[in-house]
Every structure is written in structure tokens, then in C-alpha cells.
Design a protein around this ligand. Sequence first.
Ligand code: ASP
Ligand code: MG
Length: 243
Amino acid sequence: MLIVQKFGGTSLAGEERIRQAAQWVTQVAKRGSRVVAVVSAQGTTTDDLIKQAISLNPRVSAREMDAYLATGEQISAGLLSMAIQAMGYPVISLTGWQAGIFTDHTHGNAVILGLDNNRVVTELDQGKIVVVTGFQGINAAGDITTLGRGGSDTTAVALAGCLGADLCQIYTDVAGVYDKDPHLYPDAVKFDWVSYEKMRRLIAGGAQVLHDRSVELAQKFGLSLEVLSSFTGQPGTIVCGET
Ligand code: ASP
Ligand code: MG
């Protein structure tokens, strides 16, 4: 059994939440399954980095912006790995390029073209938990690219698809996928499951719970996603095919 778990920014904002995320990861390892964790930058880090960069240079090049923004996820990967290590589990953190994520040249909104999963598989074979930075890859020029805002979901799905994972869990700050934004509407209703098509319609209508490309990619792989709360770990919403 192989599970990919992705942790969003709120799920990693602060020491307690990082420890909680590490709990979800190690719980899978404890059951004897393999686990890859994909991380976003903590809290508002990406917004803060963008503001800083633009303040210094309003015409910052897309290449430099990407190299800079990618550091947010690197901090998260480092911290989550350290928390997992502290719980006594073997773990390794990898950046997007170390994890073999190759993209096109579109800085700021790069598309994943291919994935060489050799390194990740080698580390899993050695019994390690693998933590991968979301949101980023490397292009043919050897430069760091980013996948667009919210792109860590797509990293998780790409890895899960290429590794043949049994499940891809997206840990977030809501309990699942709702008919409307639960942060704004207290009467929002949570779905037990939604089809890929319905999920894509919800995203087109403004839902931000998943990156649009991650759903397309999951559908292509026939991979089931589970969107769930990192605070409670209660069963969330499954995004899957109709059957
Ligand atoms: N940290 C990036 C962002 O804020 C990517 C992500 O969260 O998925 O957009
Ligand atoms: Mg997100």
C-alpha cells in the first residue's frame, strides 16, 4: 500500500500543526504502508514572499521569482521532516527537482511534462518516509519553475499517479468539499464524494479547495483523491470517477 498525503499551508502553520501533520504521516508508516508527503509553504508565506520581491523590484523576472518562491515549500519540507525524525521514523526531504519533476518553461505557471520517480522509489525501498516540496519543478534549462498558485495539489497528484499510489489524501483546513465555501456560509453542505466532472465544475465556479490541474490529472490517472481536515483527520470527501 502506498499513500500520498499533501499538506496545505494552514495545515503546516506553526509547530503544533507541523507535529499534527507528522502524526498523520507516521500513522500510515506505523500501519506498514509506504508514504510520500507533499508540502505547501506555511500559512501566508507565498504571499509574503511575493510582496517582498515586488517591493524590492516591481519588475522582478519570472525566473528569479520562481527561484525565490520555491523556498517557502523547502522550509515546510525541512520542518515536517524534522518533526517526523523526532518521532523516530526514517525520513528524507526532497525538492521538486530532486524528486524528478520536470516542467515546461512557463515560469509562474509551469506544466509538469514528466516525472522521473527513481529517487523517490529508491528512498521508499529503503524504508524511508519521503517528504517532497510541492508547487515546483525544474525545466530543461535546469531552472526552478513553479506550478501556479495552489500548485502543490498538482505535485501530489502527479507523484501519486506516477508512483501508482492507492490513495492521494489532500489535508486542508476544511473537512472536505462543500456545495459552497464553508468559510463564508455556515449552512454549506459537505459531500461524501464528488465526481471529477462535478469537482471541475465547482472549481470553475470559484471553489479553491483543489488546484484545477490536479483534478484533470487525477482523472487522467483514474486516481481517487480524498480531501480532509488536517485538524480532525475525520473522513472527508472522495473525488473519483462515477463508478
Ligand atoms: N504555496 C503555493 C501557494 O500559496 C502553492 C500551494 O499552496 O499549493 O500558492
Ligand atoms: Mg490549496
